[in-house]
Design a protein around this ligand. Structure first.
Ligand code: NAD
Length: 240
């Protein structure tokens, strides 16, 4: 199979730079285009050996046959990414978090015409936890469920997209969240079940952003050539 043309949106960011670096050494992909905004991007992308940075997604996709776009940017960027993807016939992996109702509706609408995989957390561990948390929550009905998340101080949204996804997986009326911002933490999520005289804590710690970047590239490879539809990381990671 020939290499998949990859377009990265948010290429100058923490996740974008890491994914670009990994993609350059990954034979499944050819890094076709980088998209970001702002004058500092060239400097921040130094070392990725792909100097052409576009400000719009459609120009970054030009000339690519069935590209896959990976977006790790800001929630406000996603609508334009999806519009360009529909025009180019691209598949899209969206790792960006913090979407409002309109953003979520745009993701669902785009999935009618192109393959869209959106996941607030691309790690194997959180994907597996999301798949099995509902059963534990049901078995612990009498326990209070709380979610605590810790991230680096530059993180824009709170609670994190992962915390909200864990909250949905609990399938309960009321879930309380606590968000802490400290230092350079890539991401810690604890699901806390408090009972009478006992409690359970389940914690996922991302030791670096590598687990997210590896998951995003696996998602892109999996999504290439799939029919239009809304997909998640559980589709990519078998057994989750
Ligand atoms: P970051 O701030 O380091 O990088 C974001 C980049 O996007 C910046 O370079 C910014 O200039 C660029 N950008 C912003 N608006 C843009 C636009 N309209 N078009 C093109 N580029 C634009 O952030 P980060 O730490 O890389 O995280 C990015 C997003 O990914 C956040 O929403 C974060 O919560 C999410 N995230 C998801 C996962 C996951 O596994 N799904 C993991 C980590 C982070």
């Amino acid at each position: 199979m020939s290499a998949i043309p990859l377009v990265l949106v948010g290429a100058g960011g923490r996740m974008g730079r890491l994914i670009a670096a990994r993609a350059l050494g990954d034979p499944r992909f050819v890094l076709h285009g980088l998209v970001d905004r702002g004058a500092t991007v060239g400097t921040r992308l130094h070392g990725t050996a792909s100097p052409v940075v576009h400000e719009d997604v459609a120009s970054a996709c030009a000339g690519a046959a069935q590209p896959v776009i990976i977006e790790f940017a800001l929630a406000a960027a996603t609508a334009a990414t999806l519009q360009a993807a529909e025009r180019c016939g691209a598949a899209v992996v969206v790792g960006t978090t913090g979407h409002d109702d309109a953003g979520r509706a745009a993701l669902a609408a785009a999935a009618q015409s192109i393959p869209v995989l959106h996941a607030a957390n691309m790690s194997t561990g959180v994907t597996a936890l999301l798949a099995h948390l509902g059963a534990l929550s049901a078995a612990l009905r009498g326990f209070d469920a709380r979610i605590v998340e810790v991230h680096h101080t530059a993180k824009k949204d709170a609670p994190s997209g992962t915390a909200l996804a864990l909250g949905r997986a609990l399938e309960r009326e009321a879930v309380e969240y606590a968000s802490l911002r400290a230092g350079s933490v890539p991401g810690i999520h604890t699901v806390f079940f408090g009972g009478a005289g006992e409690h359970i804590e389940i914690t996922h710690r991302a030791e670096s952003r590598d687990c997210f970047a590896a998951g995003a590239l696996d998602a892109a490879a999996w999504l290439a050539g799939k029919p239009a539809g809304a997909y998640g990381m559980h589709d990519v990671i078998r057994g989750a």
